[in-house]
Structures are given as C-alpha cells and as structure tokens.
Design a protein. Structure first.
Length: 612
C-alpha cells in the first residue's frame, strides 16, 4: 500500500533528513516541541493548518546565566538556540551585564547558574544575587521562571546558588514553569531535559505566533530552524574536536618542575595540537579526558566479585565492565548521592543512619579522604550485579587545566602545569585521577585525549597598553606564564607585575629561569615572591600585596587589570581581603567604599579570578 502524507515531497524529505540519526532524547524533544505547537493550536480554537490573522507577536524570553568556567553559559546559549528555533524572541545576558531594573518587566525568565566554593554564586553573578536577595528586589507577580543549577555533588552545598535563586524568585511571587533541576558534573543530559521540559511548559503558557501564520506555530518556523536548535554547541567551527570528541594529542615533553627534596611534585607537560584545528587564547583551559588507575579498577572489581569482561552500557557505548571502570565512571569521588544509592543497594542500616538528619558533621568527616572502594569494603553488598552497581556511579568527567602557553609563541602546541596528587589516607595510598595519569602515563610519544575549554571570564585586556597584575601561587602560575608569553609575542607595551608564592624557594620556584629572563628582557616589570616555608612566620602572596600596597593601588588607578588564579577556599579569599584593605588605606576610603571599589573592578572586568 502506498504511504500517504499531507506533506509535499520536499517537506517529507526535509523531515526524513531531520530525524535520521537523532538520539532518543532528541526525538523526545521533537515530539514535545510538536505537541506544544498542537496544544497551542487547540488553545487558539483553530484547526491545525488554519491561518490565524490576529495571532500575537512572539513573546520575549529572558535567559540569564551565572558562569565561572563557562558551562552555565554554554547551557544558556543552547537554550537560546532552542527557544529561537521554537519561535521565541530571546534576550540572553550574563548576570553581570543584566540591568536589574528590567527584572519586574521580564515575565518569562530562565536562569542557569553554577555554584563555586562553599555554595557561592559565580563572581559575575554576585551583584545580581545580592540585588535579588535585598530589599530593593521587586515583587514578581505574573512572572514565570525556571532555574537550572550546575554543581558538583561531592561538595556539601551542592547547587546551592541555583537553590537560592529558585527559592528567592518564588518568594518574590514568581511562578515556576518547571521544578528546579540540579545537575551534577555530568550536566549534559540533565540540562537537555531541563531545556526540553521548559520549552514544553512555555509552549503551553506563552505559545508564540505571528500575523499570517498558523496559530501557535512560530514565525519563521522550519524544519531547518528546528534542526539547528537541536544540535549541541560545538567547540569551534574550525575544529571537529570537543569535550564529546577529544583530540589525541601527542606528548612532546613531560618534565618535573619541582626540585629534588620538594614536598610537591609538579610537572610541565607540552602537547602537540598539529592537525587538530584547535586554537586557544591565554586564560583558556585544556580539558583532559583521563582514565582511572588500572590497579584501582582491578581492586574494585575483585572486591565486588564481578566479572571484568561482563558488558555494561554507558551513555555512548557498550563496554566491558573493566573498560567502563577505566574510562567511563568515577570510582574515586565520594559523594552523598553515591552513598544514598549504595546504602539502598547494600541494605545497610548503618550507612542509612549516617545519612540521616542531624548527622551532617559525621557524614562530612566520613567523606573526607575516602573513596568508593572504602565504602564497598566497609558495607559489602551481597550478590550485587554489575548493572546495579554501575547505577550508583556518576560519569567520569574530564579535568580542566589552565593553559600555560601562548599560541602566538608556541604554534601548534599547548602547555599545562600539573601538580601530581599523591597522599595516604585511612591506611591506603591515594592518587589524583588526572594528575597522576598525566604525570605517570603521559610520556613523550604517548597520546592524551584533549579539547579546549574557553574561559570567557579570564582574558587579557583588549588594550595592550593596560597594566596587568597577576597573583598566582603554586600551579596557579600557569595562566600567567601564558599571559606574559602572549604580551611579549605581540609586543604589548603594557606593564606586567607578578606575585608568586609556594613553599620553598630552592625547590618550588616554578619556571624560575623563565621569570628571570622576562625580568631581564623587560617583559616582566615587577615580580614579588612569597615562600611560606623559608621563614619562621609564614609569608603568602597576600602579605607581599600589602607590603606593595601603595604601588599596587597606583597601578589600579592607572587602569591596571588584576587577575587571581588558584585555591578558592583560602587564598582567593585572603587576596580579596588584602585588596580591600589596600584600597581602604591607600585610597583613603571607608571599608565599605573600598569594597564597592573592588566590586566595580569586577563589574568592569578589571578584576578576574580563575579559582577552584
């Protein structure tokens, strides 16, 4: 029997091309999108395909993102593409660029926000966060919103910034389009579901239409536009390689930077990007797709009494259990989410009690320094099946390393600075997944799967004459090596000042000869050093900042851009406090006015941080 269709031959061909090769999740989105259109048509009281001459204009959708490393921005941009394809007019803003005065008039609002440190919003989102939680925030009756939180479940305050935005918007009278979604480090699938669910909800409450178009069908709707909205954002148009499809980069060099007798183990690693089409700018990061330690994988499989050759299906492929534990799943990071799933699997009353209300301190102490094998050994599960255990694990995520090179100075190559993590805890030796993978396996001639992760919030000033102040203790020095290389390669006339600190001068002065050469050449105007273990009273970079406070403030008054890279929990807080104190003392301001001065630097993108 010949198949009949109301579509023309050309339309049928376009539809076939669109759905061919789509994943089940993408097809589900298409079904939801078309269902939304059909719902809108019925709401308008017009039969499908009948033109509505008085349909309203496409509604305005405002999308805000707060992003530290770029992931929330990536999701927001993808949501915009999908919404535009669905016929909405979309305004997209970083929270730092959004004028809070328009909030009361933005009736459709999507928020994607990451969490950093101990439940804090990203730097660029702080002003809007404070406004929203302050007395000047308007009532938002009539506003519909949806919030996606991005975070890491190994942290106690998982997705706290997203939770705060969601609760506050509701408290101000706004109504949720969909429930808040909290996504872990493997955020792709949850983010896609959030976008899909939100667009379906929007189709019901604010179906876009235009005069002369079918009621509920977006102006300019086409299969091609729909297809463009489905495709995830790529790393760059010039390269086929991305987080989902990394490039196998050949190791050019792997040398140990820390000297003999150092309490640290820091490596300088150079990788070839020849033939990849990958490019980067100073401030960007290199994503490394690492593997778990093979001995740890074998120990876990033996402990669980599972067959290493048993097959398991991941998001992307079917692998042996051993390969899945090596390459696909996180078997080291211990989180509350894992414990909750495993406690149910092991039927452990003791583990469930540890997760109970009132035991937060005990749980925090238990999570510290332990991994998955520790839990499996202490709370064995009888006759556990491979698929059941795999269901308790989260996806093994790539690790990001600040790029330590300038592409202008090193064409076709990328450098990173890696501190190998090795320590003993609870009677076992522990190894950082990516850091020891790079330190031990990434030898000359070997290949490492990599991609470029752009960092839009950590960039050199556009004005090459602007002075630059760089504060990077330990491996936080990496991006500043790239900054100085870039400015020298481009003959930038602006002054450069580096604050660097570590434990010991003799063993831990990373890239010492290079910095000395830059000072001699004039590429580095000033350098201040702090080696905490070389003096009875520990000296850190924030102490050197205070000592040089008068000149540092003078540089800021000249228009200097200030950058901080490294530890978020302690160093970055201490540096920020020192900066406020310097402005107070040498600017003749009150502490509150000095704090506002520092916030203004952040708003103007003259104070940027890459902290972790």
């Amino acid at each position: 029997m010949q198949e009949t269709t109301p579509l023309s031959a050309q339309q049928a061909q376009m539809l076939s091309q669109l759905v061919d090769g789509l994943s089940g999740e993408q097809l589900a989105w298409v079904r939801g999108f078309l269902a939304g259109i059909n719902h809108s048509v019925r709401q308008a009281g017009a039969p499908t395909g009948v033109a509505a001459s008085a349909a309203p204009a496409a509604p305005l959708l405002t999308i805000l993102y707060g992003s530290q490393t770029g992931h929330a921005q990536e999701v927001a941009e993808h949501a915009k593409a999908r919404a535009v394809a669905a016929g909405f007019k979309v305004d997209l803003f970083a929270m730092g660029d959004y004028k809070a005065s328009r909030l009361k008039n933005d009736k459709l609002l999507l928020v994607a926000v990451s969490t950093q440190g101990e439940g804090e919003p990203p730097d660029d989102a702080r002003d809007f966060y404070d406004f929203l939680h302050g007395a000047k925030a308007p009532q938002l009756d009539g506003t519909r919103f949806a919030v996606l939180g991005l975070g890491d479940s190994s942290y106690e305050k998982f997705c706290q910034a997203g939770k705060d935005f969601d609760a506050r918007l509701a408290a101000l009278g706004a109504q949720r389009l969909v429930p808040r979604m909290d996504s872990d480090v493997d955020y792709d699938a949850p983010a896609e579901r959030w976008i899909e669910d939100t667009l379906q909800a929007l189709a019901s409450v604010a179906a876009p239409a235009a005069p002369g178009k079918t009621a509920g069908v977006p102006e300019g709707f086409s299969l091609a536009a729909l297809a463009s909205g489905i495709a995830p954002a790529s790393a760059s148009a010039s390269s086929p390689y991305s987080r989902k499809q990394p490039f196998d980069a050949t190791v050019i060099e792997n040398v140990t930077l820390s000297g003999r007798g150092s309490s640290k183990e820091v490596h300088h690693i150079e990788l070839s990007l020849e033939g990849s089409g990958l490019t980067y700018e100073p401030g960007d990061a290199l994503g490394v797709v690492a593997q778990n330690d093979a001995a740890l994988v074998d120990t876990l499989i033996d402990t669980l009494a599972l067959d290493p050759q048993a097959t398991t299906t991941t998001q992307d492929s079917t692998l042996s259990l051993r390969d899945a534990f090596l390459r696909a799943y996180d078997i080291t990071t211990l989180s509350r989410a894992f414990l909750e799933k495993y406690a149910a699997l092991a039927e452990s009353s003791e583990l469930k009690a540890l997760l109970g209300a009132g035991n937060e301190t005990a749980l925090r102490e238990y999570l510290n320094g332990r991994d998955v094998i520790d839990v499996v050994r202490q709370f064995p599960a009888r006759k556990v099946k491979a698929a059941e255990f795999v269901g308790t694990l989260r996806t093994l995520q790539p690790r990001l390393y600040s790029i330590a090179s300038s592409l202008a100075a090193n064409p076709g190559a990328v450098h990173i600075t890696v501190g190998a993590v090795r320590y003993d805890s609870h009677g076992r030796a522990r190894r950082g997944v990516a850091s020891t993978y790079l330190a031990d396996i990434a030898r000359e001639g070997q290949t490492v799967p990599v991609y470029i992760e752009a960092n839009r919030n950590f960039k050199l000033p556009r004005d090459s004459h602007a002075p630059v102040i760089m504060i990077g203790p330990g491996t936080g020095i990496a991006p500043f090596r790239a900054f100085v290389e870039e400015r020298q390669a481009l003959d930038a006339p602006g002054k450069n000042w580096l604050f660097f600190g570590d434990r010991n001068f003799r063993t831990d002065f990373l890239y010492q000869r290079e910095w000395q050469r830059y000072v001699k050449d004039g590429a580095l105007t000033k350098i201040d050093l702090a080696f905490s273990r070389d003096t009875e009273d520990k000296i850190y970079v924030q102490h050197r900042m205070r000592e040089q406070g008068k000149e540092l403030y003078a540089w800021l008054q000249e228009g200097a851009h200030l950058y901080v890279c490294g530890d978020a929990d302690q160093m970055a807080r201490d540096v920020n406090a020192a900066l406020v104190d310097i402005v107070t003392e040498h600017g003749g301001l009150t502490p509150d006015a000095a704090a506002e001065y520092v916030k203004t630097l952040q708003r103007e993108k003259r104070y940027q941080r890459d902290v972790y």
